[in-house]
Design a protein around this ligand. Structure first.
Ligand code: ZN
Ligand code: ZN
Length: 168
């Protein structure tokens, strides 16, 4: 994605509405590698510019996507994400905190879609799932294992309840 100043220029040239709200969004998106949702951008933008509407956010995101400044990322886990990184890259999703990170595949595997005869594959998307560096730190891991020590008990309870219920 181009810089906020360059985008303002492009919007002016295309005679698109260039409001302070839109310029705020350019700034929030530029170099933003957190893959925000429209709602999370709305939340941040509202703090800086109270009264900004979600509609304006969606409209601006749509225009930027149409202009090839943003890509839409659907990782199949709910909300659509917006990514100003237009370079070829893949994503890593942390199953613990939900963070999405950009990753590069250094040696591209030769993926073939078996049993997809007659299909025209246009794009191959690879999503890595795991735990991010923050969640994978040893001290964080301790907290997690404390949680998981507790959870088998809870699960066992649930199973017992289900068994009782089914035996009645
Ligand atoms: Zn994480
Ligand atoms: Zn990305």
């Amino acid at each position: 994605m181009r810089s906020p100043t360059e985008l303002a220029q492009v919007f002016r040239e295309k005679q698109l509405k260039l409001t302070p709200q839109r310029q705020l969004l350019f700034g929030l998106l530029h170099d933003n590698d957190s893959h925000p949702t429209a709602e999370s951008l709305f939340e941040i933008a509202s703090k800086q510019m109270p009264g900004i509407s979600l509609r304006t956010i969606y409209q601006t995101l749509g225009e930027l996507a149409d202009m090839g400044e943003l890509q839409l990322v659907d990782l199949g886990n709910g909300a659509m994400r917006f990514d100003p990184n237009m370079g070829e890259h893949q994503h890593f999703v942390c199953g613990s905190c939900g963070a999405i990170h950009d990753v590069d595949i250094t040696s591209a595997p030769k993926l073939r879609a078996g049993s997809a005869e007659g299909f025209a594959v246009e794009e191959i998307g690879v999503v890595f799932h795991g735990r991010c560096d923050r969640c994978n730190r040893p001290n964080h891991g301790e907290q997690v294992s404390q949680h998981s020590k507790r959870s088998p008990g809870i699960q066992a309870k649930k199973i017992r309840q289900v068994k009782q219920a089914s035996s009645n």
